[in-house]
Design a protein around this ligand. Structure first.
Ligand code: SIN
Length: 370
């Protein structure tokens, strides 16, 4: 027997064995992603209304995944489920509740390492911020959408989904709260906003810049993760059938106080003012705020301005009119926070003001609140 040949065969056998073991190890250690579909243009299909017309929320999220070229090379263990299939202008609390309950259950039962949610772009930022406030987990939760339907010449959905999966499967995404991955950029839920009705890079932050980006291989962050703080006021979702009615009142040149007074008559339990500049409003509207104050209805002053923040006690003393400042939250996000506070029974203006200042990673800190 030739000893040299046997030595060589043994070497090849060991090499094959180690290759098989590492392939098995990689297979078993693939990040487990739960992909939850809610609809939107990312699963939209052309219709007959116009040459460019389409209907959002047509394909299932399973069909979207099957359309991803080279999906196997992503190296993830992906499970897709349909939570809803709507255009996101129809997004509402029952879908938010279904998302929270599904994600909480999957996290508690260790079913998934991370979550990706496909969503229409129109209200994507609101779902992202709701989940940011509602979820108390460190696992990555990433929202993604698209500006072009699946039938367009160059659909952006598959690429955006690919990138969102990269963001979700990155260990660097743990503890960052809810993220929005769009057109190669990563934004925190607090600041992500749809900023263009046209461009494929439709999202921008209302404060600061993107916190990271994706390339052909993976997600990268500009700064290390700040650990997401615990929600001290989580809710029992199973008992919460609807959210308190909070209305957003727009301010514009010539606006009066009627819209706010009518909202009170309709039974609004909270009001958010989409003010001008630093959350400002005309004198007649300020007087209407006083009426809300008499009724114990909190009024949050936000701004219609795309970037920046609203100061407390800036042009007048907020407590004189029963108002609080939204700081760095857009009107639509301040509304969600106020709804959740009211659902917890929090009506005290000081507590509402403190909650608006925020404790999410990346949220601004204000000297007077510390
Ligand atoms: C939607 O928000 O459902 C329609 C628009 C989009 O997804 O871009």
């Amino acid at each position: 027997m030739n000893f040299k040949i046997w030595k060589w065969r043994l070497f090849v056998l060991l090499l094959c064995l180690s290759f098989c073991c590492s392939a098995l190890w990689a297979e078993e250690n693939k990040p487990r992603i739960l992909l939850l579909g809610t609809g939107g243009t990312i699963v939209g299909v052309a219709n007959q209304n116009s040459p460019t017309g389409y209907t959002a929320g047509q394909l299932t999220v399973e069909e979207l995944v099957r359309s991803l070229p080279g999906f196997e090379r992503l190296g993830v263990d992906l499970k897709a489920e349909q939570v809803a299939n709507i255009a996101s202008q129809d997004m509402d609390y029952p879908v938010w509740k279904a998302l929270v309950e599904r994600i909480e259950r999957a996290a508690a039962q260790d079913e998934a390492d991370a979550f990706v949610i496909t969503h229409g772009t129109d209200t994507l930022e609101e779902t992202a911020f709701f989940l940011e406030l509602a979820l108390d987990i460190d696992n990555p939760v990433v929202l993604v959408g698209a500006m072009r339907p699946t039938t367009s010449l160059s659909a952006d959905g598959p690429q955006n989904l690919w990138e969102a999966i990269q963001v979700a499967s990155s260990v660097d995404s743990f503890g960052r709260g809810v993220l929005v991955s769009f057109a190669g950029e990563i934004f925190p839920a607090r600041y992500a906003t749809k900023a263009s009705t046209l461009q494929t890079g439709a999202f921008a932050p209302t404060f600061g810049g993107a916190i990271g980006f994706t390339d052909a291989h993976r997600a990268h962050y500009y700064v290390a993760s700040a650990k997401k703080q615990r929600r001290p006021w989580s809710l029992d979702w199973s008992k919460l059938e609807s959210l308190p009615k909070v209305e957003i009142i727009p301010v514009y040149a010539g606006a009066g106080g009627e819209a706010l007074l009518q909202a009170l008559e309709r039974g609004a339990q909270g009001i958010v003012i989409a003010g001008v500049g630093d959350g400002n409003m005309p004198a007649s509207m300020l007087q209407a705020c006083k009426r809300a104050q008499e009724r114990g209805v909190p009024v949050v002053r936000a701004t219609r301005v795309f970037q920046g923040y609203v100061h407390k006690d800036h042009e007048f003393k907020d407590s004189d009119y029963g108002t609080v400042a939204a700081y760095d939250l857009s009107p639509q996000k301040a509304r969600i926070l106020l709804q959740l506070l009211l659902a917890r029974g929090v009506r005290d203006l000081e507590r509402i003001q403190a909650a608006l200042v925020g404790d999410q990673p990346g949220a601004l800190r204000f000297a007077e609140e510390e």
